[in-house]
Ligand binder design. Structure first.
Ligand code: DAH
Length: 339
């Protein structure tokens, strides 16, 4: 019996020492100590042992069991520690490595220019409002004094959704929408996308952006308009900038003007940039037509106001000296990264 137990123990020890994973140890446990294991089988054979020898043999079986169990536990602990150490070694973090650079987005030159314009007008107490890009013919044309036979209403110039609805051709309809709300005085700018049935070239696109401006209050005069736009031009293009108001016609303003700024490249002497004239046209403006005020529910005897409309792309192209508008829409990262 003793030899048998020793043989079992020797076998178990050999298997434990050969085990290379915790699961193998478990197999050994089952094979020797389990319910159908070899030591259990020995215990079951006790009935063949002489009664006086049974306590001694029982003791020997238990000792063997304890020894195998102890060796299993110890080996398992060692094995687990080795595994953990290996893992820590593999997952080591080198805190001295330089951090990975996140490539984050970049503001589009249009956005930069818009934020600059907004900064200037918000600084003068203007509110920034928005209107719909899909607009009623009535707001885009009628309420702005643009008669039915005006060329802007031609299908060649305007995208029609149906007879009454168009893609707005200008941000000016926002003027009518704000005036109709009846909250006076008004001091607002309205930036947004507009649409015209134009062929794409270096200075045209079927979709571009404008910034509308509107001021309505008592005693607003053309002097206020001139002063405001002069400040705007100086802020945008530098303190040396001069402005020139040329008489013009817009159906919704009277009188109307176009505004030129002195060329910020040559200071007005004339260069390639201003095509030799010394001046660059930047916007349209005027005193809001009394009939427009009336149509929008404002008494022209009591209130007057001025309005202006700026092309955003034009500002961006001028400010960043970009010579082709198409570059603004291609979104080539190599181009955008420069601003
Ligand atoms: N809406 C005009 C256009 O698209 C620009 C404009 C001119 C806006 C004069 C105005 C204005 O508010 O007073 O050509």
């Amino acid at each position: 019996m003793k030899e048998k137990l020793e043989q079992i123990k020797a076998e178990a020890v050999a298997l434990i020492q050969a085990a290379d994973a915790p699961e193998k140890l478990n197999d050994v446990r089952v094979k020797y100590l389990g319910r159908k294991g070899e030591l259990t089988a020995v215990l079951k054979g006790m009935k063949d042992v002489a009664p006086e020898d049974r306590p001694k043999v029982g003791q020997m079986v238990n000792d063997t069991r304890a020894e195998i169990e102890a060796l299993l536990d110890e080996t398992k602990t060692k094995m687990e520690r080795a595994i953990r150490e290996q893992k820590l070694k593999e997952e080591v973090i080198d805190v001295t490595l330089p951090s990975r650079k996140n490539i984050i987005g970049h503001r589009h030159p249009n956005t930069i220019a818009l934020e600059e314009v907004e900064r200037i007008f918000v600084g003068m107490g203007y509110e920034v409002v928005e209107g719909p890009e899909v607009e009623y013919d009535e707001y885009n044309f009628e309420k702005l004094n643009i008669p039915a036979d005006h060329p802007a209403k031609d299908e060649q110039d305007t995208f029609y959704i149906n007879k009454e609805i168009v893609l707005r051709t200008q941000t000016s309809p926002v003027q009518a929408r704000v005036m109709e709300q009846g909250k006076l005085p008004i001091r607002m700018i309205a930036p947004g996308r507009v649409f015209r049935s134009d062929e794409v070239d270096a200075t045209h696109s079927p979709s571009f952006h404008q910034i509308e401006g509107l001021v309505i209050d008592k005693n607003i005069s053309f002097a206020d308009l001139k002063g405001t736009l002069e400040v705007f031009a100086k802020e945008l293009f530098g303190p040396e900038t001069k402005t020139k108001f040329r008489p013009h016609h817009f159906p919704f303003t009277e009188p109307s003007a176009e505004v030129d700024v002195s060329c910020f490249k040559c200071g007005g002497k004339g260069c390639r940039f201003c095509k030799g004239s010394g001046w660059i046209e930047i916007l349209g403006c005027g005193m809001v037509h009394p009939h427009v005020l009336e149509m929008c529910g404002i008494d022209p005897e009591e209130y007057t106001g001025f309005a202006f409309g700026v092309g955003l792309e034009r500002i961006a192209l001028l400010k960043y000296e970009i010579d082709d508008m198409r570059l603004l829409y291609e979104n080539d990262i190599r181009f955008l990264n420069q601003f």
